[in-house]
Design a binder for this molecule. Structure first.
Ligand code: PLP
Length: 400
């Protein structure tokens, strides 16, 4: 159990009594071990791994060590790992690379609840003549497997289906999905950005062709990601440049961040069971406590969910209003609404699930990490019921 807070977290309280960070699906703190491992690569070992001279070339070994550590986390061969700049690049590279190889006669199949990195990439190819199918989900966010079965037959297909949803934590049955896609001869990419580090991932037993992950969701810094590509998968290069990553991704390697991701992967493997036990228990205690607020509900399939994620609705009040009040107390969470557009529309995920209007607007997401503690949960439970009560009292949707 690791309950020590990073100094960055301590500094970030900004005058609040404390910082309670429950937005780990958005990003995570950099683990102290990760930061320490990265530091020498800024001021001592800053050479280019491709250099012929020993000073630069010596860093190549550290890149390969990190590749081995990351490969071990998902049980891949190190040669199947391509370092990228983020999860979005990994998703784009997978979809672009496979779609270009397959050509416009191929169907691209995805789901309505994907991250924009996947949905946007698929829709880009629709504009370029590909047939794109977006599969529906049911009321708890589970995939319609019958619709997938129907979609994959009748020609080549590229299927991109997320492993775990960033907003609800709902886990899709990847085993079943892989069986369906592979039996129809399709290529399968999974966006596992939210899954890796939270649930066991083993590409030896799960026949996905490609898998995207992102460093900043597992206590490495922002700006580093990876794409697993099963040996033999044909892929067109997405980022054209030098011969780095065996010619599969141009760009001088981000050595410090790659080293950081390697250490983060090692730590994730060590802590994976804590995610299912201690972290899940924190999430469950918060949820049970908050369900005692009137008209509160959980969004998403509670039987198949990431251990760290809770998406809840408090009917008749805006999620944003709750978030502002929480933020004033130093509590960080997220809402699913696209407030950047100024419209406060419920997110595409919540809409795809058909969550009723009055609940969709009050949806907020709490996401934990191994750095959270029982006292974080106590703090939220102390304040949240009062906030909900106060906002209900002024809600235009409630007849007073
Ligand atoms: N896919 C999912 C499911 C995500 O949650 C995210 C980030 O929130 C991404 C992809 C994109 O990852 P990155 O921020 O590293 O580009």
């Amino acid at each position: 159990m690791n309950t020590s807070r990073t100094s960055a977290e301590k500094n970030a309280t900004q005058g609040h009594e404390r910082l309670v960070y429950l937005d780990n699906n958005a990003t995570t703190c950099v683990a102290p071990e990760v930061r320490n491992a990265m530091l020498p690569f800024f001021d001592m070992l800053w050479g280019n791994p491709s250099s012929m001279h020993a000073f630069g070339g010596q860093t190549a070994r550290y890149v390969e060590e990190a590749r081995e550590k990351l490969a071990a986390l998902i049980h891949a061969d190190p040669s199947e790992i391509i370092f990228t700049s983020c999860g979005s690049e990994s998703d784009n590279a997978a979809i672009y690379g496979a779609a270009e190889v397959l050509g416009t006669q191929a169907k691209i199949i995805t789901t309505r609840v994907e991250h924009p990195a996947v949905l946007g990439s698929c829709r880009h190819f629709r504009e370029h003549g590909y047939k794109v199918v977006e599969l529906p989900v049911d009321g708890v966010g589970q995939l319609d497997l019958a619709a997938l079965r129907e979609a994959v037959y009748g020609g080549p297909s590229l299927v991109s289906i997320m492993w775990a949803n960033n907003e609800t934590g709902v886990i899709f049955p990847m085993d079943e999905i892989a069986k369906i896609v592979k039996s129809a001869g399709g290529i399968l990419h999974t966006d596992a950005v939210q899954a890796v580090g939270k649930i066991p991932v083993d590409v030896r037993t799960l026949p996905v062709d490609m898998l995207a992950l992102s460093g900043h969701k597992l206590h490495a810094p922002k700006g580093i990601g990876a794409l697993y590509v099963r040996r033999g998968t044909r892929l067109k290069t997405f980022l054209i440049g030098g011969h780095q990553e065996n010619g599969r991704r141009g760009g001088t390697e981000n050595v410090p961040y790659i080293v950081g991701l390697g250490v983060a992967a090692e730590l994730a493997a060590k802590h994976i069971s804590e995610e299912q036990t201690r972290v899940a228990a924190l999430r469950n205690r918060l949820e049970q406590g908050l369900l005692s607020c009137p008209d509160a509900r959980i969004n998403g399939d509670v039987r198949h969910r990431l251990p760290n994620t809770s998406n809840m609705s408090f009917e008749f009040i805006e999620g944003e209003a709750i978030l502002y009040h929480l933020s004033d107390l130093g509590i960080c969470a997220s809402s699913g609404s696209a407030c950047s557009s100024g419209s406060l529309e419920p997110s595409h995920v919540i809409r795809a699930m058909g969550v009723p209007f009055t609940a969709a607007h009050g949806s907020i997401r709490f996401s934990f990490s191994r750095y959270n503690t029982d006292s974080d949960v106590d703090y939220v439970l102390k304040h949240m019921p009062g906030i909900v009560q106060k906002l209900r009292a002024i809600s235009p949707f409630v007849t007073h």
